[in-house]
Design a protein around this ligand. Structure first.
Ligand SMILES: C[S@@+](CC[C@H](N)C(=O)[O-])C[C@H]1O[C@@H](n2cnc3c(N)ncnc32)[C@H](O)[C@@H]1O
Length: 225
């Protein structure tokens, strides 16, 4: 039986480019993140909750071997239609399925942007999903966590805007974690420099006063021990 999430996203993804992404903007954004993690062409990437597949495609464009998974079959079909020819492997799968790690193995990078499993009130104290995702990361590889939020007290009905403090609290057990907040356009202008402490500080201030949303980001390098 399909989960509520899959049913919802199946409706959304009937619309082409449901989130209205602009490739020129996101390409530079992703390039900055790839640089921040020093991922090289040929690296393996698991895009968890890949939706209609744009980020999988952008990783592929940067020379990576990409596997995109999502619980929405409509999303996966759209991804296959749009980007299937570029050598990306897309499949319908639930990251919470215990059999999945045996099937997929481990990756140099696990990319989770806006993964709905993080849209929960107990996010600050519950790192169950993060631990699961890190199980798919090779030692020395990266978990890229990205989540749309804002730094003001503005609220959204169906989407929980996690705060900067909550982000840090969630990842407190991971000493390698680096934290950023990006509007994406900053990465378009400044490239990798956007993923720096000063840029993040400015973006957070702007978000607080303008109520403009952006991505909360945490990059975690998995230790070898
Ligand atoms: C807000 S969308 C983000 C899509 C894409 N990552 C992006 O940034 O545009 C959340 C996605 O997570 C997917 N998702 C939710 N639960 C999942 C699960 N257990 N396993 C895999 N994907 C899941 C949804 O189907 C949906 O496509």
């Amino acid at each position: 039986m399909k989960s509520d999430q899959a049913v919802h996203y199946n409706i959304y993804y009937q619309q082409l480019n449901y989130f209205g992404y602009r490739i020129w903007l996101y390409d530079r954004y992703l390039a900055g993140l790839i640089g921040a993690c020093q991922l090289k062409p040929g690296a393996t990437v698991l895009d968890v909750g890949c939706g209609q597949g744009l980020f999988s495609y952008l990783f592929r464009k940067h020379g990576m071997a990409v596997q995109g998974i999502d619980i929405s079959d409509v999303g996966i079909l759209a991804a296959q239609r749009a980007y299937g020819d570029s050598g990306i492997s897309f499949s319908v799968a639930d990251i919470e399925d215990d059999m999945l790690s045996a099937q997929l193995g481990q990756f140099d990078c696990v990319f989770a942007r806006g993964l709905s499993l993080y849209n929960r009130v107990d996010f600050p104290d519950n790192d169950e999903v993060t631990r699961k995702l890190l199980g798919f990361v090779k030692p020395g590889g990266f978990l890229m966590f990205l989540y749309y939020s804002n730094c003001s007290s503005k609220r959204s009905g169906s989407w929980r805007y996690h705060s900067w403090t909550e982000l840090q609290h969630h990842f407190r057990h991971y000493p390698s974690a680096r934290f950023y907040f990006s509007f994406k356009v900053d990465a378009y202008v400044f490239g990798q420099l956007a993923f720096s402490e000063p840029c993040t500080r400015i973006n957070r201030l702007v978000s607080k006063w303008s109520r403009q949303g952006g991505d909360l980001i945490c990059l975690v390098k998995k230790s070898f021990s």
